[in-house]
Design a protein around this ligand. Structure first.
Ligand code: SER
Length: 317
């Protein structure tokens, strides 16, 4: 029998693409999308959809029972920049939703859980270049604290209750299908929209702020690969570092100029600069490579080319 998957937060930046990718792999009717709001037409018509608040434990339980759900992907979260504006809300959403899903798995109602962590688990005292899998982690944002705490709880539920939970620390994700919301790395998506629409961009980070990023296709593949890997190869039950592309605003602007030579970028750092400064510039993902065979594919050049190929085809301007 085919397995059934529930994606909570299916209409967000990652959820939108993850849902479509999982529907391709496991069959549309076997992948239930759920979110607090409706999503893209493609997502809504291609398979089952349920309105769901990730904080509502009993409704998650009901949906899992109704569809005989085997695996849950919990993608709902409040990201770093919005989290700093609403610290209590960010904590409640990010933690309660995780407990709701971990407890379902603990009770044996679902067999596997994916929960995303983030480079935000690192902080100003973390070594910032080639940041190791295991290192100093003193996150300074509410989002980062919630992700670091979540990692500890994932490991705890695995060790104590045998819950099969798997996680990766996503870098900033660049995609053309759905926009991110409320993150510090969001500039690296917005820059493409502004380039195509206005040929200029005002960046909220300094020109030399290096951050770890990744093209969405790689991130989706990482998610599907870690969930498919044999349980014995997932040796770290907190979350895995995965690396893609590290670049600064000045470097991505220079790459964009290869497609639009007159593109202009200006810099007006705001509160998000401090968040970015607390995060690493590059990530060592050798443990993910060794344990479950992870490799990224896109570099800066191929990612920018792909964005300029795909984004203009969308009629969102
Ligand atoms: N993209 C996220 C953010 O900027 C980091 O995981 O908040």
């Amino acid at each position: 029998m085919a397995k059934t998957i529930l994606i909570i937060g299916a209409c967000g930046q990652i959820g939108t693409e993850l849902t479509m990718a999982l529907r391709k792999v496991y069959g549309s009717k076997n992948v239930v999308a759920a979110d607090i709001r409706e999503g893209s037409d493609e997502l809504m018509v291609s398979g089952p959809f349920e309105i769901l608040d990730a904080m509502d434990a009993s409704r998650i339980d009901t949906i899992c029972a109704q569809y005989f759900v085997d695996e849950v992907y919990l993608m709902a979260a409040m990201l770093s920049a919005t989290g700093e504006k609403f610290p209590k809300k960010a904590w409640d959403l990010n933690m309660n939703s995780l407990f709701n899903v971990l407890d379902l798995a603990k009770e044996g109602k679902v067999s596997k859980v994916f929960w995303p962590s983030s480079i935000a688990v690192f902080g100003p005292t973390t070594p910032s270049e080639n940041t190791p899998q295991k290192t100093i982690m003193e996150p300074s944002t509410v989002y980062g604290i919630s992700k670091q705490t979540g990692e500890r709880w994932c490991e705890y539920y695995h060790n104590k209750y045998g819950v099969d939970v798997r996680s990766i620390r996503y870098p900033g994700l660049i995609s053309w299908k759905a926009q991110p919301g409320g993150g510090t790395t969001d500039y690296a998506v917005d820059i493409f929209h502004q380039a195509l629409e206005h040929n200029k961009f005002e960046c909220f980070l300094e020109e030399d702020t290096m951050l770890p990023m990744m093209y969405m296709e790689d991130a989706i593949r990482a998610t599907i690969e870690i969930m498919k890997a044999p349980a014995s190869s997932i040796k770290d039950r907190s979350a895995y570092n995965i690396a893609g592309i590290s670049f600064t605003p000045a470097e991505i602007a220079a790459e964009i100029r290869k497609h639009q030579p007159t593109f202009e970028i200006t810099y007006k750092p705001d509160f998000r600069q401090q968040i970015a400064d607390s995060w690493p510039g590059s990530i060592d993902d050798s443990q993910a490579h060794n344990d479950w065979g992870w490799n990224h594919y896109y570099d800066l050049e191929s990612m920018v080319t792909e964005m300029f190929t795909q984004l203009p085809k969308r009629s969102i301007f």
